[in-house]
Design a protein around this ligand. Structure first.
Ligand code: RP5
Length: 164
């Protein structure tokens, strides 16, 4: 069974990463979600990646803050796409995690998204866009979602717009 794997460095990351899981639920896309840390449980992380690949993981989403090494650690164990979501916190409130996640050496990519809710949701969208390359039904759903987003902008505007 094809699915997307979400790995969070800590339970404290779930408050934001719930938005990622909710997005998969909305589109009825299979996902797994676990807590595993590159620092606190490196063996669990490594073993899980192998198991998830064998079970059909198509891509990995990593959420980590502070000295955010998790996405890089995942990338070192798999050639599946790795999407990194830096978490707020630490001495620069997430900028440190963002730079740790984005600055991967060549040949070892992590597609790094932004901090906060938008990053968590976009991680799910990016993973679904990867899945949709070989899933026509999901590709159609994603196109329909763009129309819904566009219509919402128009209806939101109508509620408050001022046009002369
Ligand atoms: C990282 O350290 C986690 O991903 C989390 O964002 C941050 C803080 O972890 P906790 O101390 O809240 O468990 O490894």
């Amino acid at each position: 069974m094809n699915f997307i794997s979400i790995i969070m460095g800590s339970k404290s990351d779930y408050e934001i990463m719930k938005y990622c899981a909710d997005t998969f639920e909305k589109f009825n896309v299979n996902y797994e979600l676990i807590i595993s840390s590159s620092h606190r449980s490196p063996t669990r992380t490594k073993d899980y990646i192998k198991e998830a690949e064998e079970k059909g993981a198509i891509a990995f989403i990593s959420a980590a803050g502070m000295a955010a090494h998790l996405a890089g650690a995942i990338a070192s164990e798999t050639t599946k796409p790795v999407i990194g979501v830096p978490m707020k916190g630490g001495v620069t409130d997430g900028m440190d995690a963002m730079l740790s996640t984005v600055q991967m050496p060549s040949g070892m990519p992590v597609a790094t998204l932004t901090l906060g809710k938008a990053g968590a949701i976009n991680a799910a969208y990016l993973a679904m866009q990867i899945l949709a390359i070989s899933n026509k039904e999901l590709a159609v759903k994603l196109k329909e979602d763009r129309i819904v987003q566009s219509k919402k902008i128009e209806s939101d505007s109508k509620e408050i717009e001022v046009i002369l």
